[in-house]
Structure formats: C-alpha cells, structure tokens
Design a protein around this ligand. Structure first.
Ligand SMILES: Cc1cc2nc3c(=O)[nH]c(=O)nc-3n(C[C@H](O)[C@H](O)[C@H](O)COP(=O)(O)OP(=O)(O)OC[C@H]3O[C@@H](n4cnc5c(N)ncnc54)[C@H](O)[C@@H]3O)c2cc1C
Length: 406
C-alpha cells in the first residue's frame, strides 16, 4: 500500500534534519512529514557523513535559528564563540581583523564539532512523535506524477511506496534524486582537498579565528572548546596526500611554518582527514512538488565556512513560506516554491560567490597579484563599510528570512 505524506525529506544530514525540525509547528498542526535516511537515525554512534570528524563554524544567524528551535540550549556547551577573525596571508603584510564588538554582537559565530551537533539534531528529531522517520532506508526510485512525487524506498529488504506533495532532495552533493529526476548538478573541481584535524597550541586562543592564505592554499583555524582549534587546510590533492602521511613531528613543523608563531607553538595534533573540494550547483532548485536543498543544491568551498549556514537559511525560509501558505495552498504548489526560491536568490548568489571567489583569487594569483591583494586587505582593515558588509554576510545576518536584521 502506498503511504501518503505532505512532505518527504530525503536525507537526514545537517540540511535535511534541520528542515524537519523547522517544520515542527506545522507538523503539530497536522502537516504529515517523513524523513528518510540511508543511515540509522540514532543519537549515538553516528555514521552519517555530515556528522563526522569535522567542525562547523555556525554563523550568528544560525545560532539564532537554533535558539528559536530550542536546540541551542542543548548544544551551546559544545560550541566555542568566535569573537575575533583575522584574515591574513603567509609571509605578507596586511590583514583584515573583524571584531564582534564592532558589529555590536556577542560573537561573530560559533564553532562546534559535527558529531555533537548531529547528536542533538537527531535527538530532537526522535523526540517528536508526530514526525515519521524512515531509517535506515534508501530511496531507490523517484518519479513525478499528477499526484506529486512517487518514491520507492528499500527498507529491511522490503520495498515501500510513498507519495508526497513535496519532495525535498537533501541527499547530498552526489544527489541520486537529482540524477533520476533529470535535475543537472554542475561541478567545478578545485583540484584541492581540505585537510582537517584538531590542533592545540601552547597559547590560549582567546576566541580568535584565523583565516590564512598559505603557500599551499587557504587555511582556517577555528577556536574550539578546551583551547583547541579546528584546522581546515585546503591544498592540492597531491599535497593533502603528502601531508596526511607525514609523521606527527613533520606535520607539526609544516603547520607551524604555515601559521607562523603568533598563535603559539603547536602542541597536539588530532587525527587527520581529507575531503575533496568542488563547487556543486543544481541547475534547478525547485520544480512543482520538488525542492533541492543543502549540498544537493549548492556544495561549496569551505574557506568561508558557509555551506551549512546557507542551507539552514534556505530551510528556514522554506519553512516560513510553508507556514504562511499551508493548508490553504498545497505545499508543493509552484507559486509557493517560486516565492521561496526568489527569497533566497540574493543570499545564495552572494554566499556562493564569496565562497568561490576567495579561494579562486588566491589559487590563481601569481606574485604580481599579491601586492594588490595585500593592499586590498589593508584597505579593508581600515575601511568600515566593506568590513561591515563582509562581516554581515559572514555572520549570516542576511537573507529575506532573517527577522533579526541589525
Ligand atoms: C571540510 C569541510 C568543512 C566545512 N565547514 C563548514 C563550516 O565551517 N560551516 C558551514 O556552514 N559549512 C561547512 N561545510 C559544509 C557542510 O559540511 C555541508 O553544508 C553540510 O554537510 C551539508 O550537508 P547535507 O545535509 O546537505 O548533505 P550530507 O551531509 O551529504 O547528507 C546527505 C544525507 O542524505 C542521505 N542520503 C543520500 N542518498 C540517500 C538515499 N537515496 N536514500 C536515503 N538517504 C540518502 C545520506 O545518508 C546523508 O545522511 C564544510 C564542508 C567541508 C567539506
């Protein structure tokens, strides 16, 4: 027998799980929502790709959305505030410094381990008995009909048939849903990997985050709890392989050379992991009865730490559009989804542009560019307006769905 839902979210990663939580008021009013994920949804032993060894820089806008969801009160002790950001370049003068107090906010953002965030997101999903969770289960077939989207879901060797008014494809950058529905995802390969690990220095981080353009590529050092930093170091795929295989002493030496000595002496290094980097964009984000979300819609270079923050703003906006229209309008109606897409266009294009342009400028730059870059950075450090605009976008205090615009 075919099960019927108003909304089916395929993918319980950070994007899909957050959307399911954002819909909870409508779920309480009778909106039938199901979330399907290939992994078992349990707050322990997380195997899901979003919730791995990485850390995520949450923007201030994300924190505010989590506060409204009553999620922040559970995750805040895992999160470390970013009070200052310094953008600089290895072996060059010139830097941009941003301070939370200049923007009259308590922090520029927060850094959290993905596993901790995942545990609390999934715990919150499991606590809502009105939400249907179909997991572990894999969506194997996608088809559109006059009745909405028809899905075939394989669970425990059985084939379930599900119909929904609104299909959310939050199934990641290699979206099988997009492929089967003929929604093209374009890919730009940066030829880079992100080398990720936790690291501590012998000086306190004092809530500084460092964004540094090193010889190898852009690097972020994000302050974490217990005086640790989350390191995200982007470099060519060959270099990433090389640096992953260095022994600890050699890697410490290479890292120290790249970050300089102001942050202190490298103390401890955690396990290193590598992630290939590409910009993935789906050519369509909406169709009647379909929305593409999160990495499936736009997976980006992590240099500016924006992928999840943008996905959450999208999810927040979609949930608000649904709240405004449903039950008078069907959740899969084209005018509703068009309005949602329009509301996010500017935010998406600015955020994706910033996340793409920043690494490209520095990847492509030869030495004749470097003086211009440094001048640009110095000018930005003393000029209030571009700094403020940059900070506002980076803090996620943007987008038509943000009611807290400063
Ligand atoms: C190195 C690195 C650092 C980053 N740092 C930041 C940061 O600091 N700040 C920030 O905002 N963003 C950051 N990001 C981006 C962030 O990690 C992503 O935006 C986030 O993971 C989005 O996840 P998602 O839910 O869209 O997709 P995914 O995490 O890929 O989840 C997709 C889900 O779909 C499920 N699925 C797939 N196919 C099916 C199927 N057929 N049936 C059922 N389920 C299925 C999978 O099991 C999975 O659970 C970073 C990314 C990288 C690579």
């Amino acid at each position: 027998m075919k099960q019927q839902f108003d909304v089916v979210i395929v993918g319980g990663g950070m994007a899909g799980a957050s959307l399911a939580l954002l819909l909870k008021e409508q779920v309480a009013k009778g909106l039938k929502v199901a979330l399907v994920d290939a992994q078992a949804i349990t707050p322990v032993n997380l195997q899901q790709p979003s919730f791995d060894a990485r850390t995520t820089a949450l923007s201030l806008g994300t924190k505010r959305i989590f506060e409204n969801l009553k999620l922040w009160q559970n995750v805040h002790h895992h999160a470390c505030a970013i009070e200052h950001i310094q953008v600089s370049q290895q072996k060059q003068f010139g830097r941009v410094r941003l301070h939370a107090q200049d923007s009259h906010v308590e922090a520029m953002g927060y850094v959290i381990e993905n596993r901790a965030l995942g545990q609390h997101l999934w715990q919150a999903l499991l606590e809502n008995p009105l939400l249907t969770i179909v997991a572990p289960a894999k969506v194997t077939g996608y088809a559109m009909s006059a009745q909405g989207a028809d899905l075939e879901v394989s669970q425990n060797g059985e084939l379930l048939k599900i119909n929904t008014q609104l299909l959310i494809l939050a199934d990641g950058a290699q979206s099988e849903g997009c492929r089967q529905l003929g929604i093209t995802q374009t890919r730009f390969d940066y030829g880079q990997h992100a080398l990720v690990c936790n690291v501590s220095f012998d000086k306190p981080h004092d809530h500084w985050a460092f964004e540094r353009f090193t010889r190898q590529g852009p690097m972020a050092l994000l302050p974490m709890t217990d005086n640790r930093y989350g390191l995200v170091w982007c470099m060519s795929s060959e270099q990433a392989k090389h640096y992953s295989h260095l022994n600890e002493a050699e890697f410490k030496q290479a890292l120290q050379a790249a970050v300089g000595h102001k942050v202190g002496r490298v103390n401890r290094i955690g396990e290193r992991h590598q992630y290939p980097l590409s910009l993935v964009k789906s050519k369509e984000q909406i169709r009647r009865n379909v929305v593409v979300m999160g990495n499936a819609a736009h997976a980006m270079h992590p240099v500016a730490g924006q992928g999840f923050n943008l996905a959450l703003r999208d999810a927040h906006s979609l949930a608000r559009h649904i709240a405004d229209a449903w039950p008078i309008e069907s959740v899969g109606s084209l005018p509703l989804l068009n309005a949602y897409e329009k509301s996010q266009q500017q935010d998406q294009s600015l955020t994706i542009g910033m996340s793409h342009e920043l690494p490209m400028r520095f990847i492509e730059a030869g030495c004749q560019w470097s003086i211009l870059r440094v001048l640009g950075m110095t000018a930005m450090d003393i000029s209030y307006v571009p700094k403020k605009l940059f900070a506002k976008q980076a803090m996620g205090l943007v987008g038509s769905a943000a009611p807290w615009r400063p």
